[in-house]
Design a protein around this ligand. Structure first.
Ligand SMILES: [Zn+2]
Length: 59
């Protein structure tokens, strides 16, 4: 099950055509190369929960 906060981050922080994060630019006027640290955080958390699900850790 995906955390809502992670989902929100992944929806907003998308790669732009110039390789920069569109979410960081739109929200903070920040030119951050994609993936930014927020996407890193969200995807690493997703990977962990996916691994837990595959191992049978059904919660
Ligand atoms: Zn971003």
């Amino acid at each position: 099950m995906t955390n809502e906060a992670e989902q929100r981050i992944l929806v907003v922080h998308l790669p732009g055509v110039d390789g920069l994060c569109t979410g960081c630019r739109a929200w903070w006027s920040r030119l951050t190369p994609y993936p930014c640290w927020q996407v890193d955080w969200a995807t690493s958390r997703q990977a962990r929960s996916l691994t837990a699900a595959l191992l049978g850790g059904r919660t």
